[in-house]
Design a protein around this ligand. Structure first.
Ligand code: ZN
Length: 352
């Protein structure tokens, strides 16, 4: 587990001064608690809801009570992205409060058809894993793990569709809505320009580098054939780096409230650090590929050893993300082997 939100920190105090209270809620995931935020304004707003569990619901209720509020008082629920640790309780909280649920428009159908969509997402992930060399039995094992976790999310009715660039108006503030995909296809951040505050969710976390997970594009019809979907896998890390560049140019920002871990201030320095990390990783992979052509799975194993088995999809996503950077630079090319797997090899240097 990484660092936690610290209610005694200057960042937490600054957030409270600006009418925003962080409510961390427990999750069963390795990342630890998820940060939800109560915006004490009109409408009274909850940004993210935590996972679908009695434990998270109890924690939400008792934290709200400490702030003199009840779930029934909520007037708006905003979702930052599609991951279940952030939205599992949304439907329950919306029913109890009558508050509309606001999220990116492209999430409306996937969240309404949550189970089918998660199944399609898993089929897509399996096709990506097979193509990039992850053994069949590992792929099957991961699918059953994923199925067993599915209940931490839930079908959700998005009643207020958000568009990139729109502004949500409250009594005391405005929140600008920006789509910043990469960590997931639906990452959305909320910017209070007047108060220099950015609700960044998992787009930017100080304590860990956000994983640019390869996810099924939201626009794909839920029943698109898996193999063609895998061929067109999104280049998540490149998408993420583009999103980071946009966030880096944002100003003025002096408080970032993330989806996990402590609040922080200097987003520019953090983004520069992340860029350097990804550059170093890409160069490391380049050396491996130069030594001999490898599949994505072999690259992930070379970098992360056994973690590449237990966290196969996550590490594969990371490795492929960096390979995509090298392909874009013309340093690596992808070849489909006779076994159907993709092999990455160094591009032949121009003849001198
Ligand atoms: Zn998260």
């Amino acid at each position: 587990m990484s660092a936690l939100w610290d209610a005694a920190s200057p960042e937490a105090a600054l957030a409270r001064e600006r009418g925003i209270h962080c409510i961390p809620l427990p999750t069963p995931f390795g990342i630890g608690p998820v940060n939800t935020y109560l915006i004490d304004d009109d409408p009274l707003t909850l940004v993210d809801t935590g996972p679908n569990s009695g434990l998270a619901l109890d924690a939400l209720e008792s934290e709200l009570k400490l702030l003199g509020k009840r779930i029934e008082d909520l007037e708006l629920i905003i979702l930052s992205h599609q991951h279940m640790d952030h939205l599992g309780l949304a439907e329950i909280v919306a029913r109890r409060s009558g508050a509309p649920v606001a999220a990116l428009a492209s999430l409306q159908e996937p969240l309404a058809r949550y189970d089918e969509w998660m199944e399609a997402d898993d089929r897509f992930a399996a096709a990506v894993m097979i193509r990039h060399g992850i053994p069949e039995e590992t792929t099957l094992a991961l699918r059953s793990v994923s199925r067993s976790f599915r209940g931490w999310g839930a079908p959700t009715t998005v009643s207020r569709c958000l568009e990139d660039g729109e502004t949500l108006t409250f009594r005391d503030r405005k929140l600008e809505v920006f789509h910043r995909p990469g960590h997931s296809p639906s990452d959305t951040i909320f910017f209070d320009r007047a108060n220099r505050t950015l609700l960044a969710a998992d787009h930017l976390i100080a304590s860990v580098s956000s994983n640019p997970l390869i996810a099924r594009p939201l626009e794909f019809p839920i029943d698109v054939p898996e193999e063609s979907a895998a061929v067109e896998r999104p280049k998540s890390l490149m998408i993420y780096l583009d999103s980071l560049a946009e966030t880096m140019a944002m100003e003025p920002v002096d408080l970032i409230l993330p989806g996990h871990g402590p609040g922080f201030t200097d987003h520019v320095a953090l983004i520069e650090e992340r860029r350097r990390l990804h550059e170093r990783r890409a160069n490391k992979l380049m050396k491996l590929i130069e030594a001999n052509p490898r599949t994505g799975y072999e690259l992930a194993q070379a970098l992360w050893g056994n973690v590449a088995v237990t966290q196969a999809y996550l590490t594969l996503s990371e490795a492929l993300g960096h390979v995509d950077l090298l392909i874009a630079e013309g340093r690596v090319s992808e070849r489909r082997g006779e076994d159907g797997r993709s092999y990455f090899e160094a591009s032949s240097s121009p003849t001198s």
